[in-house]
Write a protein that binds this ligand. Structure first.
Ligand code: FPP
Length: 230
């Protein structure tokens, strides 16, 4: 969700005002995903590296997180959304940690949309914590065991990864899980991201051929194979 800061600066507003608009855009995006029958949405809200931002912005983002939880969780709950927070919680205050736990508990029975909010998250952190878990329990490190020890083991790998704000980088987001994701880079700043842009990304995704290491001919043959009747 890149571009909040620039959205605010262009309007001579403090950066935190951009993050506030970012929350509104996120809320609309969750609804758009529900409307389209999307099962999993994972967003990058705060990276392990974002602690290095000015203190005012970091505390603004933490405050916004707590505020958004109280404002949004009742609606998420009634809309069938299950919230998961993904990332290292150790550095977060007890109050924030309790808020995250409560939001997860309140929405734990929902099944319509799994909504992962990556907060104090980094793809490298995730790989390292997964490896450490395996070492601690004496398990061999394999692709499968690592995959199962990852913080996002409860959802399949993403089909489509969207980055807004015009930068052409992954910036330590889902670096393990996005190995075969289709990438879509949007010039829109996150607060301006809307359902029309989401539909554009989905249309581009649908036009791509996903080969997962196979040849185009193999993929076409697989598509032609009749589904066996059971
Ligand atoms: C990157 O844009 C965005 C962030 C670091 C924060 C993303 C957070 C939200 C959209 C709000 C939702 C968050 C919570 C608390 C649930 P940037 O600030 O790097 O923008 P810039 O590249 O234009 O400076």
């Amino acid at each position: 969700m890149d571009g909040n800061g620039r959205w605010a600066t262009r309007r001579f507003l403090p950066r935190v005002a951009g993050h506030k608009q970012g929350v509104a855009a996120l809320s609309r995006c969750v609804q758009a995903c529900i409307d389209r029958g999307i099962g999993v949405l994972t967003v990058f809200a705060f990276s392990s590296e974002n602690w290095n931002r000015p203190e005012e912005e970091v505390s603004g983002l933490l405050e916004l997180l707590v505020l958004s939880l109280s404002g949004e969780v009742p609606r998420l709950k009634s809309n069938g959304v299950r919230l998961h927070f993904v990332g290292n919680r150790e550095r977060l205050s007890d109050k924030v940690q309790a808020g995250l736990r409560q939001a997860e508990l309140l929405t734990a029975d929902n099944t319509r949309l799994v909504f992962n909010v990556c907060f104090n998250y980094g793809g490298r952190w995730d790989i390292a914590q997964a490896a450490q878990k395996l070492v601690n329990s004496g398990q061999p490190i394999t692709e499968l065991s690592l995959d199962r020890a990852m913080a996002l083991a409860h959802v399949p790998d993403p089909d489509l990864l969207i980055r807004t704000g015009g930068e052409l980088r992954i910036s330590n987001f889902l670096i393990w899980q996005a190995a075969y994701s289709e990438l879509y880079f949007s010039d829109k700043l996150w607060p301006d991201f809307d359902s029309a842009e989401l539909d554009k990304a989905i249309a581009v995704f649908s036009s791509r051929e996903r080969r997962f290491g196979q040849t185009s001919a193999q993929v076409s043959a697989l598509k032609r194979e009749p589904t066996p009747l059971t």
